[in-house]
Design a protein around this ligand. Structure first.
Ligand SMILES: Nc1ncnc2c1ncn2[C@@H]1O[C@H](COP(=O)(O)OP(=O)(O)OP(=O)(O)O)[C@@H](O)[C@H]1O
Ligand SMILES: [Mg+2]
Length: 264
């Protein structure tokens, strides 16, 4: 499916991950996962808490190694972190000793390219609505503001592969929808390869080309859904709602009006 020359495609091949708990117990977190993200594709990852979503993102980021199997970027095995792969952590993880601006700039400073990209730092702070908070420190931010700062910090680096771990989870619904559109716009402009962890089914359908659904721990691929809806998408569209109903059905979350009612 993926063109072989696509250097920015991610291939997860038969990947398992086991952790050893402090008491010596073995925890199987991921079990024989295989799927690919094509270059420039947006894939959502959904699954119950503890099924290994963050673990998988850390493996693709190269922060941790699989117990079995391999992960490739194009045709190169991933062994270490790299600037071409950006990870936005589930909790914002801002550097407490830097201001919002300092945090957004951090990756550019590390790569010695701040001078040429300084204007973009302002652009991204505006994009996430934090331009008035540039000189504020993380402890002075609300949870949603910290998350937006972390998102700007990840986006400003324009990594070829962007791994987002519930990036909009702490935002109110209005801000969240606006940020979804901003992320989509950037994705389309830069043709980023994206893997987005979300607990929000509407977000998965609104944003992604495909949705990878994981089972409860140990996380295995339950199924992969294609989201064949034209973009830009309309959340109230009949096809959108039909797909939403299908996902809820698969997750057994559609509700069962005849069960639990008036039972004594
Ligand atoms: N470093 C570690 N050592 C031991 N166990 C770990 C480690 N990291 C994660 N785990 C365990 O692996 C499992 C999967 O964790 P992970 O954070 O990947 O889940 P998740 O799908 O991201 O969950 P959530 O939706 O709650 O964020 C959990 O049972 C967790 O306790
Ligand atoms: Mg997680």
């Amino acid at each position: 499916m993926t063109a072989p020359r696509d250097a920015d495609a991610v291939h997860v091949r038969d990947v398992s991950k086991t952790y050893h708990a402090a008491d010596g117990a073995v925890i199987d977190v991921l079990e024989r996962l295989s799927f690919s993200i094509a270059a420039g594709e947006m894939v959502s990852l959904i699954g119950p808490s503890g099924c290994g979503k963050t673990t998988l993102l850390r493996l693709i980021a190269g922060l941790d190694a699989p117990t079995a199997g391999e992960i490739l970027l194009g045709n190169r095995p991933i062994n270490n972190p790299g600037a071409e792969r950006g990870l936005m952590f589930q909790d914002p993880n801002l550097f407490p000793w830097l201001t919002v601006r300092g945090n957004v700039e951090a990756g550019l400073v590390a790569r010695g390219i701040l001078d040429e990209r300084r204007r973009e730092v302002d652009e991204f702070m505006r994009l996430v609505g934090l331009e008035a908070f540039a000189d504020v420190y993380p402890h002075q931010l609300s949870g949603g503001m910290a998350q937006r700062a972390a998102l700007a910090r990840a986006l400003v680096n324009h990594p070829a592969v962007l791994l987002l771990d519930e990036p909009l989870g702490a935002l109110d619904q209005f801000t969240r929808m606006r940020m979804q559109d901003e992320v989509l716009r950037l994705w389309q402009t830069h043709r980023t390869t994206m893997l987005l962890v979300t607990h929000d089914i509407d977000e998965a359908i609104y944003m992604s080309d495909r949705i990878v659904m994981l089972t409860p721990r140990p996380g295995r691929i339950d199924r992969i859904l294609n989201v064949d809806l034209a973009r830009p998408r309309l959340r109230t569209d009949a096809e959108f709602l039909a797909l939403r109903a299908m996902v809820l059905e698969i997750l057994h979350l559609a509700g069962s009006p005849n069960e639990n009612s008036n039972q004594k």
